[in-house]
Design a protein around this ligand. Structure first.
Ligand SMILES: Nc1ncnc2c1ncn2[C@@H]1O[C@H](COP(=O)(O)OP(=O)(O)O)[C@@H](O)[C@H]1O
Ligand SMILES: [Mg+2]
Length: 227
């Protein structure tokens, strides 16, 4: 069991450097950070400041160049590729700016998809997917395909898909970046409401300062550093 006072995610002097031709890009330049379980953390900063990189290394999608990232007591920078995949399957849900839904699949099939790798039968997968879709207010659109849904509805499907595996941590990279301001507020309230209700931890990148108001903690990045 996680002790409440122990950080869920801890960064210790994390650096991520990309080599582009002959130049080095310091996407993360010494990040120290502690996030507590149940916290909503918003990451803000201009384009190119390292927000997505911070999210991707936390979620185990990319490797750090140096430093330590400890999630639920595990040093993820030390995990092998196969253990990293298991870590992601067990702990991580991801919400994307561009929704990333599969175009030929219905809402139910999109949400059920992450469960396919977990040895859960189709009937159970679809039952769970329907529950989640009801939770995000899409009970009348279960069998719609992405092109038959508005942007806000597609992102609701994306939210349901991120939650279907019951992960501890939800990562969202500009989840309202493709939505108008009214829909953005609705989607943000939905994400934060579910996260709070289920006691999950949310780390969200947003370049919209207004959206950052939803966070318990706001982290501002400039040139790969927290300011
Ligand atoms: N795969 C990559 N290869 C080379 N450079 C990258 C790569 N990913 C990101 N970068 C660079 O790292 C910096 C931070 O990028 P990113 O984390 O995507 O910023 P943000 O999400 O804040 O816009 C930028 O200068 C970007 O060009
Ligand atoms: Mg980005």
């Amino acid at each position: 069991m996680e002790k409440a006072e122990r950080p869920l995610i801890e960064f210790r002097n994390v650096k991520k450097t990309y080599k582009v031709g002959d130049t080095l890009v310091h996407a993360l330049n010494g990040i120290d950070l502690k996030l507590m379980p149940g916290e909503i953390c918003c990451i803000v900063g201009t384009s190119g400041s390292g927000k997505s990189t911070l999210l991707n290394v936390s979620a185990g999608l990319e490797r750090v160049s140096s430093g330590e990232i400890i999630v639920s007591g595990r040093h993820i920078e030390k995990l092998s590729e196969s253990n990293l995949i298991l870590f992601r399957q067990k702990y991580v849900g991801f919400i994307f700016q561009s929704f990333n839904l599969m175009p030929y699949y219905t809402a139910v099939e999109n949400v059920a998809f992450p469960l396919a790798f977990r040895g859960i039968n189709k009937q159970k997968r679809e039952k769970k997917a329907k529950e989640l879709l009801c939770e995000v207010g899409l009970e009348t659109h279960l069998n719609h395909k992405p092109t038959q849904l508005s942007g806000g509805q597609q992102q609701r499907v994306g939210i349901a898909r991120a939650l279907v595996t019951n992960p501890n941590i939800i990562f969202a990279d500009e989840p309202t970046g493709n939505l108008d301001s009214v829909t953005s507020r609705e989607v943000m309230e939905l994400i934060c409401g579910i996260v709070r209700k289920q006691g999950k931890t949310l780390i969200m990148v947003t370049h919209d300062k207004q959206m950052a108001e939803y966070g318990d903690k706001v982290i501002t990045l400039i040139d790969g550093k927290i300011v």
